[in-house]
Design a protein around this ligand. Structure first.
Ligand code: THG
Length: 367
């Protein structure tokens, strides 16, 4: 593949210097910014992520900040997940839908205070939807993109590394909660979260000036833990069933189709966008849903388009992410499958650009 020309529109991150020094081999574009995808090789990165600890430049997880007296009201208008029990210090994975119930994004909402929230977005321009609602409803709230760049610490040794830089207290942070921890005289949000199933933290680095100092401090502190620069891993995240907005679902899909019905409390999320549409789909149930798909044979080609999932010559779904899993010794994939064929053990076949493969539907992912 030819190179992509850099420009001001294709934004670097405050960690790009460290990422390049660590020998990044490939990038993708996410929220108009560079997101590393490979350091040594996807397979080597995979084994290392599952056995040691990695530091990830996930500054592409841009924040939409809500600030002001109507911040909490606006946040609840944006999602069908009931936020009434959410206290400051907590993070919630929240579907965001349009007026038809179609997914616009699947961010992590971070409640800093009653009147201050961050929405840590996936790859779509959610800022404009949020600004439109805030202004259209004349809400008393400021909506903008702050100078916040998340850095993830992921892998089984993440606690040990984080404790060396932020102190032992970081070990007590529970899943999808955050604490404030000091680094070079600044208080940073450190949450137990991240786009892998290996565990770890996300540091919301406020102020680009401390980005490289933090990157370097983690690399130095973790030398004997075999810390390495890493990135969301295309094999590990498919094994774990972590969805990628724009790949595995988009605004044609409801949260229920995405398997995110458990994050919708549409009855009680009064005033949220898409409520009427979602009450209908919640009642009737989805007619297609995300499934784990096991694909027979050796390593598949890169999944850079939707592959039709077929049964007896009829299209019954599609696979949108796939990779050969070294640990499971088979291809793992994420697909959207029609109700008639979504049961555990259903045998289908997949049409890739390089030919046909047998495929098996599973009701659960690999971790
Ligand atoms: N962390 C933060 N921001 C993000 C992501 C992240 N923004 C972009 C993208 N990732 C948003 N998408 C997801 C998808 C999955 C998860 C988080 C964000 C996730 N899911 C867990 C799971 O499915 O097992 C846990 C969900 C739960 O139980 O609440 O972590 O990674 N800051």
């Amino acid at each position: 593949m030819p190179l992509i020309s850099p420009s001001r529109r294709l934004r670097r991150t405050p960690f790009s210097e460290g990422v390049e020094a660590a020998g990044v081999k490939a990038y993708t574009v996410y929220n108009h910014k560079l997101l590393p995808t490979v350091f040594r090789s996807v397979e080597e990165d995979y084994h290392h992520l599952k056995s040691a600890v990695q530091v990830w430049d996930v500054a592409v997880e841009r924040q939409v900040e809500l600030r002001g007296p109507d911040a909490a009201r606006l946040m609840q208008m944006l999602t069908p997940r009931d936020l009434r029990g959410m206290l400051p210090g907590r993070c919630f994975y929240v579907p965001i839908v349009d007026e038809t119930g179609g997914m616009l994004n699947d961010p992590v909402a971070v409640k800093l205070a009653e009147d201050r929230w961050w929405i840590s977005i996936a790859d779509s321009d959610l800022l404009y939807w949020v600004k439109g609602i805030a202004n259209g409803y004349r809400l008393d709230v400021l909506v903008d993109e702050p100078d916040v760049s998340p850095l993830a610490i992921q892998g089984p040794k993440a606690d040990d590394l984080a404790a060396r830089v932020f102190g032992e207290g970081v070990r007590d942070v529970r899943f999808f909660r955050f604490g404030m921890f000091e680094f070079q005289g600044r208080q940073l949000v450190v949450a137990r979260s991240g786009y892998s199933k290996q565990g770890g933290f996300e540091v919301y680095v406020e102020g680009a000036d401390i980005a490289m100092p933090l990157w370097n401090a983690l690399m130095e502190a973790g030398a004997d833990l075999d810390v390495h620069a890493g990135c969301p891993n295309g094999i590990e995240r498919v094994e774990g069933g972590l969805l990628s907005y724009g790949n595995d679902m988009n605004d044609d899909n409801t949260p229920h189709e995405c398997g995110l019905g458990r994050f919708c409390d549409t009855q009680t999320a009064i005033g949220c966008m898409g409520r009427d549409a979602l009450l209908r789909v919640a009642k009737e149930g989805p007619i297609q849903q995300i499934r784990a798909i096991e694909v027979a044979g050796g390593p598949l080609p890169l999944c850079d388009r939707a592959w039709p999932l077929m049964a007896k010559g009829k299209r019954v779904g599609q696979v949108t992410s796939a990779a050969f899993s070294p640990d499971h010794k088979t291809n793992v994939a994420i697909g959207m499958v029609r109700m008639t064929h979504w049961d555990e053990g259903t045998e289908l076949y997949l049409e890739t650009q390089e030919g046909r493969r047998d495929a098996l539907v599973h009701e659960n992912f690999w971790t």
